[in-house]
Design a protein around this ligand. Structure first.
Ligand code: HPA
Length: 271
């Protein structure tokens, strides 16, 4: 795995003329527009990077955008890899390994998620304070590569307290409502049944989605500090009396993307 990471890293470094990124961004469904704000961008298609998988879902582009945002050197994934696409957990999280190898120490992970907490509304942004892995798999299963991280990584502060504090104060300054809660990671690709949503609420979940958990596990293994923001694109099944659709998810994320962009830009400036 180390060799593959280094080959990907070397390819990306070759494309860059300026500084190496220190902050990583993973942009979820409908949130990829944030990468358009990156200045002096170097854009690299996933298909050109050795060992990178390629992304298949509608609403996701498949490229890295590397450049400056708020004066910081950032690397953004415009489109991520999902477990439900058939990738292994190792493939899903490979880009996080490459980011770390490039020197990224802080990772901002975003997603679209269904709201489970009844006090939420579609269109809210939620700061992820913790997660519950319901995917029945883990990217760290298998022999541990000591150079990449410890065999038994601590996950007691998977989402960094200081970064959570930064995000909250940024939202305050912008006078922007920011919910907080626990993200539950399911495999998808189906949305949940109403009964599953009830169960997840009982278990302590506030929002549910089909990503993020694998990347955050690997980022913690690698010793990176993580901040997570969900866009509550819909209320999860059974909370409102209406069916869910991917179109609704995309429509809502488009509606709130200005708020989302403002918040992330302010956070990046400080983080
Ligand atoms: N469930 C799972 N994943 C999702 C949802 C949902 O309701 N909305 C957006 N991603």
């Amino acid at each position: 795995m180390i060799e593959q990471i280094n080959e990907s890293k070397a390819y990306i470094e070759q494309q860059l003329s300026g500084q190496l990124p220190k902050i990583g961004l993973i942009l979820g469904s409908g949130l990829g527009v944030l990468a358009d704000e990156i200045e002096n961008p170097t854009v690299i298609s996933y298909k050109d990077i050795p060992h990178f998988p390629t992304s298949t879902v509608a609403g996701h582009k498949g490229q890295l955008v590397i450049g400056e945002l708020q004066g910081k050197n950032v690397i953004a994934m415009q489109g991520r890899f999902h477990y439900y696409e058939g990738y292994t957990m190792q493939q899903v999280t490979f880009p996080v390994r490459v980011m770390k190898a490039l020197g990224v120490e802080r990772l901002l992970v975003t997603n679209a998620a269904g709201g489970i907490n009844e006090s939420f509304d579609a269109g809210n942004l939620m700061l992820i304070t913790d997660h519950i892995n319901m995917m029945g798999d883990n990217p760290l299963i298998g022999p541990n590569v000591e150079e990449l991280g410890p065999r038994f990584p601590d996950m007691s502060q998977a989402y960094d307290k200081d970064l959570i504090g930064v995000a909250k104060s940024c939202a305050d300054e912008l006078d922007l409502q920011l919910q907080e809660g626990v993200y539950v990671g399911n495999t998808g690709p189906v949305y949940e049944t109403s009964s599953e949503v009830k169960m997840l609420r009982t278990l302590g979940g506030d929002a549910v989605g089909m990503s993020t958990v694998p990347e955050v596990i690997v980022a913690n293994h690698a010793g990176m500090k993580v901040l997570g923001i969900s866009c509550i694109s819909n209320m999860a099944a059974g909370i409102l009396d209406q069916p869910l659709s991917h179109d609704e998810v995309i429509e809502t994320t488009e509606r709130v993307r200005e708020d989302f962009i403002q918040l992330v830009k302010k956070v990046i400036k400080i983080m």
